[in-house]
Design a binder for this molecule. Structure first.
Ligand SMILES: [Mg+2]
Length: 222
């Protein structure tokens, strides 16, 4: 690698909407299952459960953390139920398959999703063998990004030096702790980025999506 990424030896990837497009299928399915779970567990109608989920997401970062903190649920029941969906319709990306493994150094997934889902999704995408490790929500004691302690646990568990690590994310808020720890950051802003979020100092580099960044920074040198 050349330029601003020449010192990087660890590449850290978010999963949903970073390594694949989650909006088209997965977020719809998982979201509906989360609403079902909240409605059934709290014995409230689905519209009310949707309002609850928005509150949980804003306050705690995930529906799971909200249900754990406010209602004392067991995380495994929730994670098994809501992520048990058919992934066979999620398309593979030939550019990502080809170029991801050419990034020199160690590669990791750092996700707020559960381990079984991250394993199944990377297998579906045909990129499982690109990664040395998957750091899932169970590894973070269910404290999601952007909770700072979770970043410390990730770095320590895998012996990653933040000054030589690059983190990729679609949620710019999750790059703030990475920046504060000295990591290089790349924000995938999608097709229609909110102008209010374009100039944060913690988003060092930007691209619409991962395949664009890979073509620019990996394919060029060959
Ligand atoms: Mg994401």
């Amino acid at each position: 690698m050349t330029g601003p990424f020449s010192h990087i030896d660890s590449w850290v990837f978010d999963l949903d909407n970073t390594l694949y497009d989650a909006e088209a299928h997965v977020f719809v399915e998982v979201g509906a299952r989360m609403t079902d779970f909240v409605a059934a567990h709290l014995n409230i109608p689905r519209p009310e459960a949707d309002v609850k989920r928005k509150h949980f997401f804003r306050t705690y970062g995930t529906t799971l953390r909200g249900m754990m903190t406010e209602h004392g649920i067991a995380p495994d029941d929730f994670l098994k139920h809501v992520h048990d969906i058919d992934l066979s319709v999620v398309p593979q990306c030939g550019i990502t398959q080809k170029l991801l493994k050419q990034l020199p150094g160690r590669r990791f997934i750092f996700t707020n999703a559960p381990r079984h889902f991250a394993e199944a999704m990377t297998a579906q995408l045909g990129i499982r063998d690109c990664f040395e490790g998957i750091f899932a929500i169970e590894d973070a004691a269910y404290w999601p990004k952007p909770h700072m302690d979770t970043y410390h646990v990730f770095l320590k568990k895998h012996g990653v030096d933040p000054k030589r690590a690059c983190m990729f994310e679609d949620m710019e808020v999750n790059l703030k702790p990475a920046h504060d720890l000295g990591m290089t950051t790349v924000w995938f802003h999608g097709r229609n980025p909110d102008p209010a979020h374009l100039n944060h100092p913690h988003t060092h580099h930007k691209a619409e999506k991962l395949s664009d960044w890979l073509v620019t920074h990996v394919e060029k040198k060959h």
